[in-house]
Ligand binder design. Sequence first.
Ligand code: 4NP
Length: 158
Amino acid sequence: MQPTKVLTVCLGNICRSPMAEGILQHAAGSRGIHLQLDSAGTGGWHAGEAPDKRAQDYMKRQGIDISALRARQFRREDLDTFDHILVMDRDNLRNVLSLCDTEAQKAKVRLMLTYWEQSPSDEVPDPYYGGEEGFALVYNWVWNAAQAFLNTIEADER
Ligand code: 4NP
């Protein structure tokens, strides 16, 4: 079976979406689920850069190394390449949906936190201008959403 292809999307692709990519990679691996993952930003200012040092450091303390990831901008082809496009906030959702030409493309795009039924919010707050607690919150909320998302992937594969 082909691996399910999943793209995580935020604004800069240096904080939330690379953290989400790393968390999904790790969580899928420990559950024996084979995903093909990437992440992207709706903005291109940080293209080519490694994840924000604070995101790298927080993830490393959780045992997940995201230092090799490099930022890139979201592109129209992603709407065809990927099976699931998991966005972090409503701005990302609006921007990605605005590039969709078909209902099939739109159906792939979803706020990641909406997979986690008990989520306190449907948006992952941007941690870029804040302190470490913002990165901890991203990690915790995205980890929960990742587990719930993987439940649906497992159910689909059965
Ligand atoms: P991200 O955070 O969308 O979670 O990667 C941001 C990173 C950089 C900027 C904004 C958000 N920025 O404006 O440079």
